[in-house]
Design a protein around this ligand. Sequence first.
Ligand code: FEO
Ligand code: CA
Ligand code: CA
Length: 642
Amino acid sequence: MGGHDEKDKWIVRSHEGTGDTFEQIMERRLSRRDVLKSAAIASSVAIIGSVAMDAEQAQAQRIATPKFATVAAAAITDDEVKVPEGYYARTLIRWGEPLTAEAPVHNVWEQTPAAQAQQFGYNCDFVGFLPLPFGSSASNRGLLAVNHEYTNEELMFAGYDPKNPTRNQVDVSIAAHGLSVVEIVRAADGTWSYARGSQYNRRLTGETPMTITGPAAGHPWLITSEDPTGTNVRGTLNNCAGGKTPWGTVLTAEENFHQYFGNLDGFDKADPRYAAHRRYGMPAAASERLWETFHARFDVAKEPNEGFRHGWMVEVDPFEPSATPVKRTALGRFRHEAATIGVAPNGKVVAYMGDDAVFEYVYKFITKGTYNARDRKANIGLLDEGVLYVGKFNADGSGEWLPLVFGQGPLTSANGFSSQADVVINARKAGDLLGATKMDRPEDVEPNPVTKKIYVALTNNSQRGGEGRAPTDTANPRAANTAGHIIEISEQNSDYAALKFRWEIFILAGLPSDASTYFAGYDKSKVSPIGAPDNVAFDSAGNLWIASDGAPRAIKYNDGLFAVPVQGSERGNVQQFFSAVVGAEVCGPEFTPDERTLFLAIQHPGEGGTFEKPVSTWPDRAGGPRPSVITIQAYDSRKIGS
Ligand code: FEO
Ligand code: CA
Ligand code: CA
């Protein structure tokens, strides 16, 4: 969470006198449900997700729910990872470990950009396991694709001075961003290790050449002094979460890209690009890391278009180490958290996405073409053509996906749009004009492959109802929403390509003793406290697994991983499976196909400390903290949570 705007994180405003109170909204919402329930209006009830029908209840009896000994919430000073009894966690790969045969072993005292570009990067976030060989469902060998969201220079470098970073420190940091692809293998005794020197091992950094495709490619705003074509860009930054495609590529999301660009106020305020950059939150003066001191492309006054070349979804082929990553502009430009894929009954591929900032939107993209399981190459262009939609959550529990298409509705020259390129570059402005619903920081938006329902993790927002800010609404019912919530979307006919949906609040997170929390109606005395939901995953029974980022601030416990059934009598029964260490958020989560291994990324352990005064020494107890990916397995090799 350290990568987010300070203003996003810390400003708390009273909600008095603005919009409805949480109690009013929930009362209305619940009483409407109760009315429906008692009237037994079958057709209406069926579309209200959490009201169980008899048939659904009968089915629920057969649903496998996660079984494990719940892990207790841990104090924010606790520096040990915790797993349920019968399970163990091991560190698989740490920041700095060499991926190539030539890469030097990490030396925190003598870091170089060249070494870091061949070593595992910092702050691991998204984790994707892709079985080897390609197309198999192997669970003992595969590629791990791992995002490196941002850097904590105060933990990485001895004597770091944030006001005067050295050129070497800046360039190490740029090389510590991006993505790692690394081959991993599980030995007969169950132990996972990574294969140093594997032909697949690869780093993408803030310098790696990438191609720009889709509607915005070549647009005048994407042309820089370095790239007169507007189609080639150096690097990917702030890669938060992501997704895997059915054709075996990885989508890596450029989230808080704005924070790397400094000196916006040195640029011409009358130029429309100034307002465009402001809408995405670019710092008016210096950037936090001061990269613009050494690299003109990060100085908006000198290179006003470089920022438009970031904030995209990037498709990477981990099975082709020489393939150039591609920024797919058809999916829009915003602070992309992730992109998770569902294939609709008509074969179209649907990507669900969130723009992680307060009062921003939920999106989905539907391809023009269809998925062909027998033609991998053809699938690799699918995300270049299609329609981007933004979500509108109506007060009555209905919802619509509104098309962001140039020439339709308000997206015309009257509002400054002259092409689809303008629409995707300024996706937020397009969403504003369409009246999309302003959400409490959309993180993962992910379809449940078992139930086909979509879960939207909204991590927090304490500014709702503040001056000049949107009031509470039924989809975002809490003004001081420090602990976040999760919305459940039911697409019409369970079709990912549908343009209408029903939605329901699934969980209002927090301490169960907090009257404003809600766990799908489950007995609150029996659930685990949970704060700031972020990354989600599903097991093969369709149970939802939720990783948190921000629990220390929201509920005064370390972040963790939680499992919750979404169907049947246990629906809403949130139980903690894992607890992280001081200062860390939990990312991933990712299962092997056999679900006997769970991968988690432990991001920014020890955040809040410094190199000289660490507050965590995880995972090695020697030296400072190191962001790492861990494996969790059961001693008896059972499926996780069975
Ligand atoms: Fe990087 Fe939205 O978490
Ligand atoms: Ca995240
Ligand atoms: Ca996820």
